[in-house]
Design a binder for this molecule. Structure first.
Ligand code: NI
Length: 221
């Protein structure tokens, strides 16, 4: 009997929803939902295997190193265990796990190329959720979760040259804009991703202008 792909996607979505429902740092089920929807929209214009795109989008944050104590190998491992239990073929499992392992941002000076079209689509979708109004909201939710102050002008942002220094240095939400969010527009892989990133990037810049003006007692207009 051949695998019912729609059924695997549906069961995977339910599994991830149960695992990440209510997650408090901006990596909750609704982040996954948005990335899943964006990835499908981006994939329409790309020669990408939709099954791989959906599974990688759904499973990409099931165990994130930011939230699991720093273990970068756990994400692909829990995805592999789940997919193998669903009877998904090894080639697809390996592809999805490779995407999950390669996906995340690792510092301003660290390239994060994706090997396949499917990986490019999912990486773009995940990065779009770090931009725009939702990206701003998630950045402050994460800062609150970690107990960071909103902004500290005495600690300027650092463009990290290595993944070790990026992971080790806690950033305030405002520094996170400079250390990651504003760099994402230039790193988009697909035409659709690039186009959507333009508007969301402009919104980040507008927000920062107002925030920093208000910080100094100006009216922000
Ligand atoms: Ni994500």
């Amino acid at each position: 009997m051949s695998l019912d792909r729609d059924d695997v996607v549906r069961r995977t979505a339910e599994h991830v929803r149960r695992a990440l429902e209510g997650e408090p740092s901006g990596h909750d089920w609704w982040h996954i939902y948005r990335v899943w929807r964006s990835a499908l929209a981006i994939a329409e214009g790309e020669p990408a295997d939709r099954f791989v795109v959906e599974l990688a989008a759904l499973l990409h944050d099931l165990s994130d190193r930011k939230l699991n104590g720093g273990d970068v190998t756990l994400g692909p491992k829990v995805a592999r265990e789940w997919l193998a239990a669903q009877g998904v073929d090894e080639e697809t499992v390996a592809h999805v796990c490779e995407i999950i392992a390669d996906l995340s941002f690792k510092g301003a000076g660290v390239p994060t190329p994706m090997r396949t079209r499917e990986g490019m689509v999912v990486q773009d979708a995940d990065r779009l959720d770090a931009l725009g109004a939702v990206g701003i909201a998630r950045t402050f939710a994460y800062g609150g979760h970690k107990g960071h102050v909103l902004h500290d002008p005495e600690h300027p942002p650092v463009l990290h040259a290595t993944v070790e220094s990026y992971y080790a240095a806690p950033a305030t939400p405002i520094n996170h804009f400079y250390e990651k969010l504003l760099l994402l527009r230039e790193r988009m892989n697909t035409d659709t991703g690039r186009r959507i990133a333009q508007g969301r990037h402009a919104f980040l810049e507008e927000f920062l202008d107002r925030f920093l003006a208000e910080w100094e007692g100006r009216d922000g207009e």
